[in-house]
Structure formats: C-alpha cells, structure tokens
Design a protein around this ligand. Sequence first.
Ligand code: GUN
Length: 283
Amino acid sequence: MTAIIMDGKQEALNVRKFLAEEIAATYSSPVLAVVQVGDNPASQVYVRNKHKAAAEIGMECRICYVPETASEDELRDLILELNDNDEVNGIIVQLPLPKQFDELKVLSWIKHSKDVDGFSPINAGLLQMNSPEAVVAATPQGIVALLKHYVADLRGKHAVIIGRSNIVGRPLADLLLNQDCTVTVTHSKTLDLPSICKQADILVAACGCAEMVKADWVKKGAAVIDVGINRVDGHLCGDVAFEEVKEVAAYITPVPGGIGPMTVAMLLKNTWNAYKKQNPLMK
Ligand code: GUN
C-alpha cells in the first residue's frame, strides 16, 4: 500500500480561512514587517509568497528592503524603528543574511513580543522550557500541526530529525519533546545515519540534500516529513526520494505542497496572535 499524502496545502488553506474570518471581524488590520537584506533570489520568492498570503487574509505586509551594502548600524536602526512603531505587530528578518551580518546578533534586536518567527533567543529559550508564552518558529509549528492532523497521537513515538538548524531542527526537537516524543537529532557528522533513520516512527528530513532519504532508510509505516526544497535540473524536489519512500511509509509530505504552505500559514497565525496580545481590548 502506498502512503497517505499529508496535504499541507489544504491544511494551510483551512488555517488561512480561519484567520481571514477573524481578521474580517476586527476594526484594523494586523501588520507584518518583513526585512529583506540583499537580493538572494530564493529569499525574494519566499518574501513575495508571504506578502501575497498576508494580503489574501486581510493582513498588511510591509516589505523593508535593505541593500546588501548596508551597515550593521543601518540594519539595527531599522529594526529598532519597527520595534517602536505601534502600527507594526510582527517583524521578521528573512534568512539567510549576507555573510557580513551576524544572524544571532541581528535576531536578538527584534523585540520578543513582535518576534513572529520565534527566532529570538528569548522565544527559543521559552520553547525549550515548554512555556506556553513561547512564539514557536513557523516551520516546526507547521510540521507538528500536520502530524497531529494525520497521525494524531504523537506520545512516545520516536522522532528522528535530520538537521540541527536554528530554524527547523533545534526548535522542532524542543516542540516534539514537548509533545512527549522521544527525539533524536542527527546532522552531517552523524555516524550510520540510515540505521538511525530506520528506527524512526516520525522521520523529518531538513538537511537540504536532494532526495537523500531512500526507501531502505525508512521503517515500514513511518510518517515522513520532507522540509527540503531543492532545484535539480529545473524541477523542485525535497530531501526525500518521494517515489520510492511512499511505498514504505504510511504518511508522507509532498514537495511542493507539504511543509512550505504550512510555514507561511503559521507565520500569519503567529502575527495574528501577536496582534491580539498587543491589542487586548480589540475585538
Ligand atoms: N529562511 C528560511 N526559512 C525561513 C523562515 O521561516 N523565516 C525567515 N525569516 N527566514 C527563513
């Protein structure tokens, strides 16, 4: 039997429809500020997608473009200005930043109540401590929402994550641990990766290597989540060899149409939640 396709596009649409209804019932629009430094072509596509998705639900998305030649002080001044601007509810800095910028330092400038990516050290720490106050990074949040929809009970399941990035691997490990999973985080120096992956009930590939996860790495009946977006010979593929793995797994996410749309939906949800917290009297 082939795997059930975990339809991130549909699930994201449900979230966005809910948010559109909530926003339509308020007096003012939430505002998301997206800071884009330089002109990385992939980032430009992601930022455009966020802008379009926000507009569709009645959320304003202000794109603040900063040239690659800007100084650290100029970038810091922009972020501090957005922190102080009461019209702005959420701020994200699109990653990766050009090499000359220190990402951790830049992310730490964002006021944590407006940090809708959940990347600031305060939100990352709150998530690690399983605080309900944590703003949870969008991709891990989207992965867990999709798993809860399809797999339902995550308790006690062995989750193996390939990749230890600050954007996906690390926050996802915290989030799955908070869902009572047993979590193994693997990375580029892990020995005998295939045999560790084969033990997973939930396998998450977030390594950025096109179709690296093969059918013989996957336990029969596992849920396989593919976070990768790679372009090979002009076509998009994930980190999982989809065609062969879908014959072994019970659930699998497609690329595109899996985790990508969930990430955007969760960013919008985080921005809506930030708006509500900042405007407690607003209906
Ligand atoms: N680059 C890749 N994914 C993300 C994300 O979720 N947020 C930001 N700000 N940058 C990214």
